[in-house]
Design a protein around this ligand. Sequence first.
Ligand code: XIL
Length: 369
Amino acid sequence: MSADHGVVAAKRTSANSLTRRSVVAGAGAAVLAGAMARPGGAQASPVKRRIPYGAALEYQHFISDADYKALFVNHCDMIFPMNSLKWSLLQRAPGEFDYLPAEGIVSFAETHGRGTYGHTFVWYTALPAWVEEIDTAARARQTLIDHVRSVAAHFAGRVPSWDVVNEVVAHDPVNEGPWRDSLWMRLLGPSHVDTAFAAAAEAAPEAELAINDYDLEFRGARYDARRRATLDLVRRLQDRNLRIDAIGVQGHLYPEIPIAHKEFGRFIKDLKALGVGYRITELDVIDWKLPINPSVRDEMAAEHVDNFLDAAFSADLPRSLSTWGLSDRYSWIADVMPHRRGAKNRPLPFDDRLKPKPMHDVIQRYLAV
Ligand code: XIL
């Protein structure tokens, strides 16, 4: 499914106007198209396909760390902004957009013939104060539409896929759900998701539109409820004739929580039956409770990633696989879930000296399908 999707996207682009930018925006797809196509157009068989691999890049590190930046070019099919497309950084004041950081990263990807990804239009957090102060439904709705339209239009033809909404399912849908509390929920209710998808479909008709969320892969009642709520959300959009193309499975893994091989696989298949694909969008390992010994920790992290990818890939192939950063040099886990015995976190495929770890090898094994 991922390969078909990529090739179709690339063809659709070339059928319209073939600009350098639009070609490069589909570079993840081009990797696949290149791997599958043969001179003369004959289908290569049995050529190995490759799932596009991407990583999120924080602007501060993009501008300050040349070695780290080079690692993205050397190892990624998709390079995308980790934070620079979030509302609080993009539209600090009404109608004033600061595209410079996101542009820096997106055009860096383009220059190197890499694909990119759009994270994210609507989230409950990372909102500027002026948005937090909105107190009428009419203004909330218009503000949301304006934001989605402006950002989607700015990157039209260049960002092939958007997380239209991020984390709209309640953390614990059993007790607080099914929707996460947010300014958008308080003023607009669930219809804010419909509004965001309608605006995105209109402003970015060529782009894939996704719902991105976490805790979708684990075993337990809370996770069952999160998978159910996500499927319900997909059906809700489809019932309203709104286009929803993919689910972003964030994949922030906790080794102490087992993967629900069967239930997570079922979830992916249920999505497929609804015509919705999936991407792995923010893979990393929250290693705060793992043993301090780095090589033991790395092996355990790799094994957990293997379990997760096995469950996912045996259900259906993802359209892409991205990690939330690339090297242990920089990760949000160190800020939010530091190692409980004070060790430096090791959540990502490359260590802090930019050397590949066992997790990297596991990921590569899955990418070559
Ligand atoms: C995190 C970034 O990695 C941090 O740099 C930032 O300070 C906060 O956000 N789920 C998401 C991401 O969807 O946007 C979050 O990114 C990590 C959890």
